[in-house]
Design a protein around this ligand. Structure first.
Ligand code: ADP
Ligand code: MG
Length: 711
């Protein structure tokens, strides 16, 4: 097929611009010029006008856009035309709102997409600083003083200088070897330019695949609008640029997209499309009497037990309601959960499964090697020619979703310092190398951490046992300890793991059609049912997206009274200065969030008593597990190195025992220590616990004769 001539294309544009609506749009932009420099056209409008025109345009976009912009100039009112013509940049023609079939997955981009109009979608991972790019250089000849103008190549990182001082334009005709040229920046034209890197969305990724990236060139009025963490749809022309080795150009090409238009996803879950059938399934699920049970057993069905943890995770997936005050301050609705526990207790497994279910879920490790880590960092970037670039870490990429962060205790010192802000204000601020930005990370966090010394023990405060500051621990709404103690559950866990494996094996056998007839199929089917999620992943994700997007429950009077009663009752216990502080306002906020998310899970516009009940039972489980001491709650057991009661007393006892032991190089008999402590009012169990602790930490040891000595 012969290429249409430029004149033909221009005429086709002109017919389109004659449509009254479009003509009006061009005039409106022209009247605001140069404050407005872009005429936006919808793909749909062009398609309705002439489907063939649109498909021709997508094949040779460069020519079509250039002629389109020339044609626009013909439609600008006469009195403005001169201003536009004299302006170095002029009016852009931009196409937006691409149909679904125009989108190409970043990982599917191939050489035949080069120089074509394509649309991509993804998360902005990096955004460089905005810098001027030379558009048209004015170079003065050092021999004769003549000024030569050279249009620059937008895709080359280097500046194009004149080859000769052009005689026909009044220059001296000397070439580069016999004269030199000096750039006159003041007389040259510049355009604002920015490079961003877009990473394909996690949603479409098969397990374990590394997400792929594409660099995007944004210019003029498109710059400065997009930040790392934003979800975007970009229409543009795919360009190839030869890779370089020093001065040499190689025959391999780097790809990047020259953006024609950039759209930010405005509603939270636009990427999840709900059909009528989906809506029916969602409503049916919401009506099921055993909703909670079904949702809970759909979280990591391969993992035995952890009922409370799984229920808490379900609530986390829905999340409470974020509130914005008119003054601009914000209270988070997201629920943060931390799992600490012995190695091999399925923490990593749970995190991975949750990341796969959660809309916008991300799994990352605290000790990941990437420069941006968990929060964000300023890095030098090759794609933007060595400029400083802001790169988003896992929490920013999980904006409006769930970040599952494994090995949280191993995070970098830099992440450690920005984590407080990230968890409470849900922003990450970066101020480095001229980049000054605040990124949003409105995600819930499911963290996992291992105890510092191998295994968790239930006597010591948790702050002593994991490598995280108490201030950070207090940001978690719920903390669960997963312990691995040999005992009564061993048989069940073993059976469950064996069952999971057997079902997997049988599935494989069926796939490969080598069926062994001696297997009891009924029993196997029953087992298969028990190890597969009652609600499948796809529906669960849609259900959550729908709830988060459409359900914003409000506390009822009864629910408020129930939360208030619980809080006041607990606080009353702490009134006596001798007593510990059972809970703080943080737990109160946590309860509100959990209650809201329970209502959301039911798709209920109201937070009712049953929601508060559910929230209280989870909160109680958490406090009982970690804050209980002698039948009472003591929040300091979680948030500070010593429980409130212990703090003063424990130090006394410790000092006393250590002094006694130090003074006696031959060792002190156990009996003597107990007697002395008893005189001072300490119980035997307190002494026993402390001796155990000092022994475990290696400060003292027990000799064969049963005497304690300094190590
Ligand atoms: P962690 O991250 O806590 O060290 P992992 O997630 O790596 O532990 O789990 C180790 C293995 O043990 C996994 O394969 C997991 O499936 C299995 N496992 C541990 N606890 C359970 C359980 N309660 N039910 C089923 N499998 C379990
Ligand atoms: Mg692990």
């Amino acid at each position: 097929m012969p290429e249409p001539s430029k004149e033909e294309i221009k005429q086709r544009w002109q017919r389109f611009f004659d449509e009254p609506e479009i003509a009006e749009r061009i005039r409106a932009v022209a009247e605001q010029f140069p404050n407005q420099r872009s005429v936006y056209i919808d793909y749909h409008e062009l398609e309705v006008f002439d489907p063939e025109f649109l498909s021709d345009l997508m094949d040779s976009p460069h020519l079509f856009f250039r002629t389109g912009e020339e044609a626009i100039l013909d439609n600008v009112p006469a009195e403005i035309r001169e201003t536009v013509e004299r302006h170095p940049i002029g009016i852009h023609l931009r196409l937006k709102n691409a149909p679904r079939d125009a989108f190409v997955d970043i990982r599917d981009i191939r050489h035949n997409h080069v120089d074509r109009l394509i649309s991509i979608t993804g998360i902005v991972k990096r955004a460089s600083a905005v810098r001027p790019r030379l558009l048209r250089g004015v170079f003065r000849c050092r021999s004769c003083g003549h000024r030569n103008t050279v249009d620059q190549d937008p895709f080359s990182p280097t500046m194009k200088e004149p080859i000769v001082c052009v005689k026909e334009e009044g220059g001296c005709g000397r070439n580069r070897n016999s004269t030199t040229f000096a750039l006159e920046a003041g007389a040259s034209d510049f355009i604002d330019s920015q490079t961003i890197m877009v990473q394909e969305s996690m949603e479409g990724l098969r397990g374990g695949a590394q997400p792929q990236n594409l660099n995007i060139l944004l210019e003029d009025d498109l710059v400065g609008l997009i930040f790392p963490g934003d979800r975007v749809r970009i229409n543009g022309i795919l360009r190839g640029r030869p890779q370089r080795r020093g001065q040499e150009k190689l025959n391999k090409f780097d790809l990047f997209l020259e953006a024609i238009s950039v759209e930010q996803e405005t509603t939270d879950y636009e990427s999840v499309v709900l059909t009528e059938e989906d809506m029916e399934a969602i409503m049916e699920l919401a009506r099921s009497p055993d909703l909670v049970e079904r949702l809970r057993s759909s979280i990591a069905p391969n993992i035995y037990g952890y009922t409370e943890v799984k229920e808490a995770v379900v609530l986390q997936l829905f999340g409470g309601v974020a509130k914005e005050s008119p003054g601009g301050s914000r209270i988070r609705g997201d629920i943060h959960i931390l799992l600490i526990g012995d190695p091999g207790t399925a923490k990593s497994q749970i995190l991975r499964e949750v990341a796969a279910i959660a809309p916008r879920g991300i799994y990352a490790s605290g000790k990941s090697a990437s420069a941006a880590g968990l929060t964000a960092a300023a890095v030098k970037d090759d794609a933007s020619d060595g400029r400083w670039t802001l790169e988003a870490g896992a929490l920013v990429l999980a904006d409006l979703g769930t970040a599952c962060i494994d090995e949280l205790d191993k995070m970098s010192p830099q992440d450690r310092s920005s984590m407080h802000e990230a968890m409470e204000q849900q922003t990450v601020s970066v101020a480095k190398a001229g980049i000054n930005a605040t990124l949003r990370c409105r995600c819930s966090m499911l963290g996992a951490a291992n105890p510092k010394r191998g295994r968790f023990n239930r006597y010591d405060p948790i702050v002593d046992q994991i490598d995280m500051p108490p201030t950070l621990l207090s940001r978690f709404d719920l903390i669960f300890v997963l312990t691995d103690i040999p005992g009564d559950k061993d048989a069940e866990i073993a059976d469950h793991i064996l069952m999971v494996h057997q079902v997997g094996e049988a599935r494989k056998q069926r796939e490969k059609k080598t069926l062994d007839t001696s297997i009891d199929m009924d029993e196997l089917e029953e087992k298969e049912r028990r190890t597969s999620p009652p609600v499948d992943k796809d529906l669960l994700r849609k259900y959550i997206s729908y709830a988060k997007d459409n359900v914003f429950p409000v506390l009822t009077q009864e629910a408020m009274a129930a939360i208030r009663d619980f809080y006041l009752h607990m606080r009353e216990l702490g009134r006596d200065p001798e007593n510990a502080i059972p809970i703080t306002a943080r737990q109160l906020e946590g309860l509100i969030r959990l209650s809201e998310s329970s209502a959301r899970m039911r798709l209920s516009p109201r937070v009712e008593e049953e929601d508060v009940k559910r929230a209280l039972s989870i909160m109680n489980y958490y406090l009982k597990q970690l804050a209980e001491e002698g039948g009472e709650y003591d929040i300091d057991r979680i948030m500070s190195p010593y429980s409130h009661k212990q703090r003063g007393k424990a130090l006394d006892l410790r000092n006393m025992l250590m002094e006694m032991i130090k003074e006696e190089p031959g060792g002190v008999p156990e009996k003597e220590l107990f007697e002395k402590a008893r005189e001072r009012g300490f119980s035997d169990s307190e002494v026993e616990k402390l001796l155990g602790k000092l022994n475990a930490s290696g400060e003292i040891y027990k000799s064969r004769e049963g005497k304690y000595k300094v190590a």
